[in-house]
Design a protein around this ligand. Structure first.
Ligand SMILES: [Zn+2]
Length: 353
């Protein structure tokens, strides 16, 4: 039960007042880190590792991540909580003390005491904090969990040798046919003027076609991708039906986009699924859980940009609860898995193929 004498504090207000650098300085840890722009890297102070690249801090966002034993990350309060092995609430109170923040400034009243809840992970410590028990995430509407029904038709009139596929994307005929891609030459429906990409469910049934505009749309009103109305892409993982046919001892690679998966496949690495975005939905997490074991290795390889990095950390954290997870960090900003050459893919996965 919460101790009535302990002040309730608004975590968000506390977090806004302190930086990761201050926290590391408090622990006299700053010297153990190497700085590169807004990134600090060093051995993990939580699990006490020694590898100088296992623990990273983004000093702009005040987030940290341990890619080694902890396989986890978080904000300043998560760090203190993990380091001290205490609740987030206790971490917030400590932080107030250490950094001279008065409780009044960060007090949480009934009206704002729950503001934290949408992004705060549920704390394990029952002595937490919030006046009322943190409300669970809003339950998804029942229909959101309904699987996408298999399509009853197949698109015909698909031009397989359209230059967007062969030249711009550099795909071979074999890959194009393998994935069922093609420029829609029909004159009705959502796919007009677009390259159709069939999306299969885990059983291999086509549940939708994504329509990719060939190239950069010239006006903002034209979306790069179109999906059928009512289709829930968050219920699917692109290419999962085939990735699960690959040997169990190979890592399952998770990428963002269709063409990341298609390119890796073309370069010979076929155990790859695409999120169709930079975040992992709960349904996708369930699919991954169902198709991995505690011995499985998953490699999270998202785009090297802000959204990708954020997604990468969140996904690694969530998947590490039920399988081995590695994250792939590209050297250069803006890199994506589809930019990897065949040689690079072979190098990356040669050892395990
Ligand atoms: Zn660690």
């Amino acid at each position: 039960m919460p101790n009535a004498k302990r002040p309730f504090v608004d975590f968000r207000l506390v977090r806004a007042r302190i930086t990761m650098e201050q926290v590391l300085a408090h622990y006299s840890l700053l010297d153990t880190f190497k700085r590169s722009g807004s990134r600090l890297s060093g051995p993990c102070p939580i699990h006490g590792g020694s590898n100088p690249s296992q623990f990273r801090v983004d000093t702009d966002k005040n987030l940290w991540n341990c890619f080694s034993d902890c396989k986890c990350g978080g904000n300043v309060l998560d760090f203190i909580a993990k380091k001290e092995d205490i609740s987030i609430h206790a971490a917030a109170l400590n932080a107030c003390e250490w950094f001279g923040i008065s409780f009044e400034e960060v007090a949480s009243d009934k009206s704002n005491g729950q503001r934290e809840k949408p992004e705060e992970r549920p704390a394990k410590d029952a002595s937490l904090t919030i006046p009322k028990p943190a409300a669970p995430r809003p339950a998804p509407k029942p229909e959101d969990n309904q699987p996408n029904p298999p399509l009853k038709f197949r698109l015909e009139k698909l031009q397989r040798d359209h230059p967007y596929l062969t030249e711009e994307r550099g795909l071979s005929q074999e890959t194009i046919i393998d994935f069922g891609l093609g420029y829609f030459t029909g004159d009705k429906g959502l796919m007009i003027g677009r390259v159709a990409i069939p999306i299969h469910n885990f059983k291999g049934e086509v549940v939708a076609y994504a329509g990719r505009w060939p190239g950069e749309p010239s006006d903002k009103a034209t979306p790069k991708y179109k999906l059928p109305p009512g289709f829930k892409k968050g219920q699917e993982l692109f290419n999962l039906d085939r990735a699960i046919q690959e040997p169990a001892d190979r890592p399952l690679v998770i990428v963002e986009g269709f063409f990341d998966a298609i390119q890796l496949h073309q370069h010979g690495y076929r155990k790859v699924v695409a999120l169709m975005g930079s975040t992992m939905t709960a349904a996708q997490e369930v699919l991954l859980r169902q198709n991995t074991s505690s011995q499985s290795l998953v490699l999270v390889m998202l785009d090297e940009d802000d959204a990708g990095r954020e997604g990468r950390e969140d996904i690694a954290c969530r998947l590490s609860k039920f399988c081995f997870v590695k994250t792939y960090v590209f050297e250069n900003e803006g890199m994506q898995p589809e930019h990897l050459s065949a040689e690079e893919v072979a190098q990356l996965f040669g050892g395990v193929s």
